[in-house]
Design a protein around this ligand. Structure first.
Ligand code: CO
Length: 211
């Protein structure tokens, strides 16, 4: 009946190991969370945030969707960002994409994928915004480049929310980062688009015409 019994066994072993290492771990964590990081990443099963950053339960507040997209009016991602910034007072928002992202590939392969094509329109927009820098590349290079450009675009979208602006206006220390993860070797790369103030955000927006 239950083919997932091994997961309960894994869970029991895991909880036991943690408790042996730190008998108060779960008791302390059950009192509340104070993560310093909000992770906005892809739903891809190969990119589990805590695991690839070597962090523990309680360290990261997480939002994931297909192709790590932050849509201006998406109440789901906006609610996560608001709670993380206003209530949890995270210090870092990390938008992390990954090379070989199926969502990015599907956005530009001109095939029909059903409902998800509506979500992937946002990636098509990123492709259109950057058509000049993409057209000289091979198909494989285009996908990798678009994975990076999509992260940068979503960093801009995060920074453009009223939530981040209000936090900066109130002097809250908050940095929005753009990272990308390589499935092929497990390594994270910083795309160097870290934004900590309205001035830095304006500079990033102004640079988009120079790419
Ligand atoms: Co993906």
């Amino acid at each position: 009946m239950n083919s997932l019994n091994h997961i309960f066994e894994n869970n029991s072993n895991w909880a036991q190991i943690i408790s042996e290492e730190d008998p108060d771990f779960f008791k302390e964590l059950s009192k509340g969370q104070a993560p310093e990081i909000l992770w906005i990443g892809c739903s891809d099963s190969r990119v589990p945030p805590n695991q690839i950053m070597g962090l523990s339960p309680g360290d990261v507040f997480v939002h994931r969707n297909i192709a790590n997209v932050v849509v201006h009016t998406d109440l789901n991602s906006l609610s996560v960002i608001q709670y993380a910034v206003e209530v949890l007072k995270v210090k870092h928002v990390i938008v992390c994409g990954h090379y070989g992202c199926g969502g990015i590939k599907a956005a530009i392969d001109d095939q029909n994928h059903g409902l998800i094509d509506n979500w992937l329109r946002h990636i098509k927009d990123v492709s259109r915004f950057n058509a000049d820098s993409l057209k000289a590349l091979s198909e494989e290079e285009q996908i990798s480049k678009l994975c990076e450009l999509n992260v940068i675009e979503q960093v801009k979208n995060v920074c453009g929310t009223t939530i981040i602006h209000d936090a900066w206006k109130q002097g809250q220390a908050l940095t929005v980062h753009g990272w990308i993860y390589a499935l092929s070797n497990g390594m994270l790369k910083n795309l160097d688009v870290s934004i900590s103030s309205p001035g830095e955000f304006e500079s990033l927006m102004a640079s988009e015409n120079e790419q």
